[in-house]
Write a protein that binds this ligand. Structure first.
Ligand code: ASP
Length: 319
C-alpha cells in the first residue's frame, strides 16, 4: 500500500452516523477505498495498529460484523480479543458498565460493542479511555454498516448524490435503516421507505424521506433497492399477519424488482431470510445483487475506521 498523507478525521469514537458531516463521511469512504485494494493482495498485513489491542464485545449474535472487525484489526496488526455475552460475567449478573470498567483497566485501545440496548455504545464511550465503535445498539444505529453500504453504492454508481434509494421492510426495528437514512440524506441521495405502516417508526415522516406502503410504487425507477431483515426477535406482538403474506406484499422478487430501474442494485445487510423479505433468485442474481460485495466492503470500511479513529488516542498514557 503506498504511503499517503492521511486525511484528518476529527473523532475518536464512532457511535452513529447522525451528526457526521458529509466531508467526514467522505474521508472514511475514501480511506476505505485504499483498503479494498489492499485486501485483494496476497499480503494483507499492515503495521498501522501494531501494539494496539482491540476488544470485540458482542452481547448479540453476529457472523459478519464480528468476523469483519476481527479481520480488520488483525490485518492492521492489532491484537484482537473476541468476547460474547455467554463468555462474560454479564451472565453472572455484572452490569455492562462494570464489564466495561474491568476491560478498560486492561488498557485496550478500541472497544467494539454490539448490544441490544439503544445508547449502549454511547454510555460505554463516556466511561472508558479508548476508542469505542458501535457495532449495532438496539434499533438505534449501526454506523459501519451504513458506511459499507455507501462504499458499495459509490463504487458501483460512482456517486451517492442524486441517487434514489428504496429502503424496504422492517424499518421500525432496523438500526441499519436508521444509519443509512442519516448517511444517504447527508450525502444528497433521496431515500424512500417502503413498509407496512406497522413496521415504520412514528418519526419516519420527520426523517426527510418519502414513505410508501405499496412496494411497486415505492420501487418505481429507484437506483438502489435495500432490503431489510424482518427482525422477528425484536417483535413483541404481531406486526405482520403472517410471513407468507409479508412476502406477498413486501418480499423482493423479480416481478416487483422490475419496477425499479433496469440496472437497479439489490442490497441486503444480512443475515437474509430467504423467502421472507427476499426471493432466492433475486438474492443470488450476480447481475443485480451486491450482497457479497457489501461483505467485502465491510472489512475495508472497518480498517479505515480503526485507523482513523485510533489516531486520536494518545501514544503514551500517564494514568
Ligand atoms: N446484521 C444487521 C444488524 O445487526 C442486520 C440484521 O441483523 O438484520 O443490525
Amino acid at each position: 500500500m503506498t504511503a499517503v498523507a492521511l486525511p484528518t478525521y476529527p473523532h475518536r469514537h464512532l457511535l452513529g452516523i447522525e451528526g457526521l458531516k458529509p466531508d467526514e463521511i467522505t474521508v472514511l469512504l475514501d480511506r476505505s477505498e485504499a483498503y479494498v485494494e489492499q485486501n485483494r493482495q496476497i499480503d494483507k498485513k499492515q503495521n498501522v495498529l501494531r501494539g494496539r489491542t482491540l476488544i470485540n464485545l458482542f452481547f448479540e449474535n453476529s457472523t459478519r460484523t464480528r468476523t469483519s472487525f476481527e479481520l480488520a484489526g488483525k490485518r492492521l496488526g492489532a491484537d484482537v480479543i473476541n468476547m460474547s455475552e455467554s463468555g462474560t460475567s454479564v451472565k453472572k449478573g455484572e452490569t455492562l458498565i462494570d464489564t466495561a470498567m474491568t476491560l478498560n483497566a486492561m488498557r485496550p485501545d478500541v472497544l467494539v460493542i454490539r448490544h441490544s440496548a439503544s445508547g449502549a455504545a454511547e454510555l460505554l464511550s463516556q466511561k472508558v479511555d479508548c476508542s469505542v465503535i458501535n457495532a449495532g445498539d438496539g434499533s438505534h444505529e449501526h454506523p459501519t454498516q451504513a458506511l459499507l453500504d455507501a462504499l458499495t453504492i459509490r463504487r458501483r454508481r460512482g456517486r451517492l448524490a442524486g441517487l434514489v434509494v428504496a429502503i424496504c421492510g422492517d424499518v421500525l426495528h432496523s438500526r441499519v435503516a436508521r444509519s443509512n437514512i442519516h448517511l444517504l440524506t447527508a450525502m444528497g441521495a433521496r431515500v424512500r421507505l417502503v413498509a407496512p405502516p406497522t413496521l415504520l417508526p412514528a418519526s419516519a415522516a420527520e426523517m426527510g424521506v418519502e414513505i410508501h406502503h405499496d412496494m411497486r410504487k415505492g420501487l418505481k425507477d429507484v437506483d438502489i433497492v435495500m432490503m431489510l431483515r424482518l427482525q422477528l426477535e425484536r417483535m413483541q406482538g404481531s406486526f405482520v399477519p403472517s410471513v407468507r403474506e409479508y412476502f406477498h406484499f413486501y418480499g423482493l422478487d423479480a416481478e416487483k424488482l422490475a419496477f425499479a430501474k433496469p440496472d437497479a442494485l439489490v442490497m441486503h445487510p444480512g443475515p437474509m431470510n430467504r423467502g421472507v423479505e427476499i426471493d432466492t433468485e433475486v438474492a443470488d442474481d450476480i447481475h443485480r445483487s451486491a450482497i457479497r460485495e457489501q461483505v467485502e466492503m465491510g472489512v475495508a470500511v472497518r480498517m479505515a475506521c480503526l485507523e482513523l479513529l485510533t489516531r486520536h488516542l494518545p501514544n503514551i498514557r500517564t494514568t
